[in-house]
Structure formats: structure tokens, C-alpha cells
Design a binder for this molecule. Structure first.
Ligand code: HEC
Ligand code: HEC
Length: 260
């Protein structure tokens, strides 16, 4: 009779270890596939699948202070945001950016930008100031779990908008937007390149114009990228690419062929 517990326990332990590993790697894998990096969109599923094993150790050490966002906790904390951004992150008033489907990392980054005054907006300063780092992650996780509702592009502007988005304009030194924001506009959360797909053209236009006119969101190299690009775009370019972006629909899981 005594052989039973002895044989039983290691089996249970091994099962638990396998289970924990499986859960953590599926979570990471789900993120990887939901937001493929630009270079990895279609051709390299093998590379994406190999990455989780390598990264499996990372969350544990990186989250000593702040836990990864909890979307359920975030839903309650996001109640105050709904008035402008929509309860599910799909704002109806186009001056307020949609947050649905935006990455947790980017939402946290921008909330910190508002809180520190690097990104100046009186309303968002007031909204971000009371939030702790953990609140920001939870709210970010909540909005990231929602899907952005598709918008519509202006047919008259699509051609120029698509050209800028997909090829850039070498004569003006403008890089293709999709190099960083991905072909379907989902962005790249790891590099903190935001999702643009379905965003209100009015918000995109206002943001590009303010960068064009000299606004910056801080001193870091990361914050210099968009002002540098926006300075090379004229008013017509900005209107065209903003409209194109609003009409980009990210097809669920379909990657490369989503843009029309
Ligand atoms: C009274 C309206 C209002 C409320 C309420 C509000 N926001 Fe905002 N939010 C704005 C405006 C306006 C902007 C655009 C600011 C700009 O142009 O820089 C913005 C921008 C943002 C951005 C940047 C999005 C991007 O794509 O760069 C984030 C993130 C954000 N808000 C999160 C929140 C959160 C989280 C809450 C609730 C705690 C909240 N907001 C509540 C008006 C509001
Ligand atoms: C080299 C990479 C890169 C390229 C190319 C690029 N972007 Fe960006 N984009 C960024 C980064 C980084 C941010 C975030 C800026 C920050 O956090 O300060 C950003 C943010 C934005 C935002 C703000 C979105 C929001 O919700 O706040 C818009 C709009 C945008 N980019 C449009 C464009 C357009 C249009 C093009 C092409 C003409 C373009 N980008 C090309 C890296 C890039």
C-alpha cells in the first residue's frame, strides 16, 4: 500500500508543471499570433511558435512590481473612461480616439505620458493622474480585449492614402506606415507601435497635424519618430492617409490580406 503515495505524488507534480508551462506558453503564443510583428506576418509561423519557449522565463522576473493587466479588474476601473472613449473602447465622437483593440503596452505608455506631462492634454492629465501603474495595466488589458469597430474611408482619398500607407513617398522621404504599423494596421505591441486600424480619421488627422506643427511627446528616440515623419507630410497627405487608416479593417487572424 505504501508504494501508492510515493508513485502518485511525482506524477501530480509533473502534471502541474506541464500544465503551468502549457498555460503560460499558450498565453504568450496567443499574444504573438493576435499581433504579428510586421516581418513575421505570413512567412514565419515557425519563428513565432519558437519564440514562446525563449520568452517563457521573462514575465516572472519583469512583473515583480506590477502584475500583467487583468481585464476583469480593468473593466470596473475603466467606467470613467466610457463617457468619451465608449464603454467598450469604441468612441462615437470622432475627436476621442478609439481604445478598443489597442495594445495594453501602448495604453499604459500613453497614460504615463499624460500623467508626466510629456503628452500635453488637460483632460487626459486629469484622468491619468489618479491612476496607479497597476490601474493602467488593468485598464489597458480591458480595452485590448475589445475589438475596434470598422470605420469607412473616403473613396476620393483612398488612392493617395494607400500609396503613403503601403509604399511611403520616397520623393519626400516618407517611409511606408505599414513598416511599423503592419499591413493591416494592427501595429506591433512589442515595439509599442500602436494599432491604427479603424481609428477615427479626425483624431488621426489632428494628431499628425500637431506633430507636423512641432508637438512632441517627450524626449526619447521613440517619441521623435512620428514628428519626424509628420513634418514631411502636407495637409492633403495627412487627410488622405488618415482616411485610409480609418477604412482599414483588420480581419480576425488573417494577417496580410486584410487591407483593401
Ligand atoms: C472627457 C473626455 C475623456 C475622458 C473621460 C477620458 N479621455 Fe482619454 N482621451 C481624451 C482625449 C480628448 C484624448 C486625445 C488627447 C490628445 O489629442 O492628445 C484622449 C486620449 C487618450 C489616450 C491616447 C490614445 C491614443 O490612441 O494615443 C488614452 C490611452 C486614453 N485617452 C485613455 C483614457 C482612460 C484610460 C480614461 C479613463 C480613466 C480616459 N482616457 C478618459 C478624452 C477623454
Ligand atoms: C519607424 C516606425 C514608424 C513608421 C514608419 C510610422 N510610424 Fe506612426 N508611430 C510610430 C510610433 C513609435 C508611434 C508612437 C509614438 C509615441 O508613443 O510617441 C506611432 C504613432 C502613430 C500615431 C498615433 C496613434 C495613436 O493612437 O495615438 C499615428 C496616427 C501614426 N503613428 C500614423 C502613422 C502614419 C500615417 C505613418 C506613415 C506616413 C506612420 N505612422 C509611420 C512609429 C512609426
Amino acid at each position: 500500500m505504501s508504494f501508492r503515495p510515493a508513485g502518485f505524488r511525482p506524477a501530480v507534480v509533473r502534471y502541474a508543471v506541464v500544465l503551468v508551462f502549457a498555460l503560460s506558453s499558450t498565453a504568450i503564443f496567443a499574444q504573438e499570433t493576435k499581433n504579428p510583428a510586421p516581418a513575421a506576418t505570413a512567412a514565419q509561423p515557425a519563428a513565432a511558435a519558437a519564440a514562446p519557449a525563449e520568452q517563457a522565463a521573462k514575465p516572472a522576473e519583469a512583473t515583480a512590481a506590477v502584475k500583467p493587466g487583468d481585464a476583469t479588474a480593468g473593466q470596473g476601473k475603466a467606467a470613467a473612461c466610457g463617457a468619451c472613449h465608449g464603454m467598450d473602447g469604441n468612441s462615437t465622437d470622432p475627436q476621442y480616439p478609439k481604445l478598443a483593440g489597442q495594445s495594453e503596452a501602448y495604453i499604459v505608455h500613453q497614460l504615463n505620458n499624460f500623467k508626466s506631462g510629456k503628452r500635453q492634454n488637460p483632460v487626459m492629465l486629469g484622468m491619468a493622474t489618479p491612476l496607479s501603474e497597476q490601474d493602467m495595466h488593468d485598464i489597458g488589458a480591458y480595452f485590448a480585449s475589445k475589438s475596434s469597430l470598422p470605420g469607412v474611408a473616403d473613396q476620393a482619398l483612398v488612392e493617395r492614402g494607400e500609396q503613403l500607407y503601403r509604399q511611403g513617398d520616397t520623393s519626400k522621404g516618407v517611409p511606408a506606415c505599414m513598416a511599423c504599423h503592419s499591413i493591416d494596421g494592427r501595429g506591433n505591441p512589442g515595439a509599442m507601435y500602436p494599432q491604427l486600424t479603424s481609428q477615427h480619421a479626425q483624431y488621426i488627422e489632428a494628431t499628425l497635424k500637431s506633430w507636423h506643427d512641432g508637438t512632441v511627446w517627450g524626449e526619447e528616440a521613440h517619441a521623435q519618430i512620428m514628428p519626424g515623419i509628420a513634418k514631411k507630410l502636407d495637409e492633403k497627405d495627412i487627410a488622405a492617409v488618415a482616411s485610409y487608416v480609418e477604412g482599414l479593417h483588420a480581419a480576425e487572424g488573417a494577417g496580410a490580406s486584410a487591407a483593401k
